[in-house]
Design a protein around this ligand. Structure first.
Ligand code: NCD
Length: 320
């Protein structure tokens, strides 16, 4: 099996063959999820704990469903009501949970790097469900599966990632994944929302949305992450929509069969026009949600296989 990762902390440490292995397995879970009986026993007897230190709707729900469909015992920690609010550190919380012997820990945290730190302290497999503006690997994987299914391939595509790039872990993970798979990547948005150093990453940068969208096969819109801004990044929402919001007129410049993506939650009328988001001929936003469950099932399944193999070797006294 070509998937060796112990944790899923970012796309950075995955090889193209590991990405393909995961997406191929996810295809099987897409089929399972369309049946009436959606159960498999890939995680039977295992314990999965979801720790979300930041709000989430689709990511948390989809990790919960993924774990349950694979037969794990899934617990959602309500972090807003946890001892973190009483001053406990992230590491103390992690060590407390670790003592309860979870097998899979799914973590979302507002600080970049927090999930990597936590992974060093626990004995189970850790999945990064988004850390600050750093990485959100399962989002990039579900986006990749969505693209592969609608375009028939995941290479040599022109992909425009548009909007608030600077604050987006989704953009960062996608940039790494789509770059590894040899696509042409354009980052489109105001210069105030463009992270420094991206020009050296082999991507094209556009401030003008019309130029950036020209002939693109995939148009990926991002939410304005106002919770990570301290003012001054954009002129006004109205002006932002006028220049960088995706409307029919701007989309007409992309390839005639271009697909429109958004990781959600969407700000309709700010970064995207509601009618485009709802247009089933162009928008694959609901497909992204569907692929999310399947991709997370595949990720949990592969990590659980590696964990079992590692524990099996340790029990047999073999050096790991
Ligand atoms: C994204 C996130 O949390 O990074 N959402 C998601 O996971 N579906 C993007 C966002 O919040 O804008």
């Amino acid at each position: 099996m070509t998937f060796r990762a112990r944790h899923l902390l970012g796309i950075d440490h995955l090889k193209p063959a590991e990405i393909t292995t995961l997406l191929d397995l996810a295809e099987e879970y897409v089929a399972l999820n369309q049946r009436t009986v959606k159960h498999s026993d890939a995680l039977a007897g295992m314990t999965q704990i979801n720790m979300f230190f930041e709000n989430s709707t689709r990511t948390q729900a989809s990790f919960e469903l993924a774990g349950k469909r694979l037969g794990a015992d899934v617990m959602n920690m309500a972090m807003a009501h946890s001892s973190v609010k009483k001053g406990e550190t992230l590491i103390d919380t992690a060590l407390t949970l670790n003592a309860m012997h979870p097998d899979l820990l799914i973590v979302r945290h507002p600080h970049s790097g927090a999930v990597n730190l936590l992974a060093e302290k626990v004995n189970c497999a850790v999945v990064n469900a988004g850390d600050g503006r750093h990485e959100h690997p399962t989002q990039a994987l579900l986006d990749a599966l969505t693209i592969r299914r609608s375009k028939g391939r995941l290479h040599r595509l022109t992909i425009a990632i548009c909007g608030d790039i600077a604050h987006s872990r989704v953009a960062r993970s996608n940039l790494i994944l789509l770059g590894k798979m040899e696509n042409r990547i354009r980052l489109v948005g105001p210069s105030t929302l463009m992270p420094s150093g991206v020009a050296e990453m082999g991507v094209e940068i556009y401030e003008d949305m019309r130029e950036g969208l020209k002939d693109a096969d995939v148009v990926m819109m991002l939410r304005l992450q106002r919770e990570r801004m301290d003012g001054g990044f954009i002129p006004s929402e109205r002006e932002y929509y006028h220049r960088w919001g995706l409307d029919a007129e701007k989309l007409a410049l992309a390839a005639p069969d271009a697909i429109v993506m958004h990781p959600g939650p969407m700000n309709r009328g700010v970064e995207i026009d509601g009618t485009i988001a709802d247009d089933i001929n162009r928008s694959v936003i609901q497909d992204q949600v569907e692929m999310g469950v399947a991709v997370r099932m595949a990720a949990l399944d592969l990590l659980a296989r590696n964990l079992r193999a590692e524990r099996g070797k340790a029990a047999a006294g073999v050096m790991v």
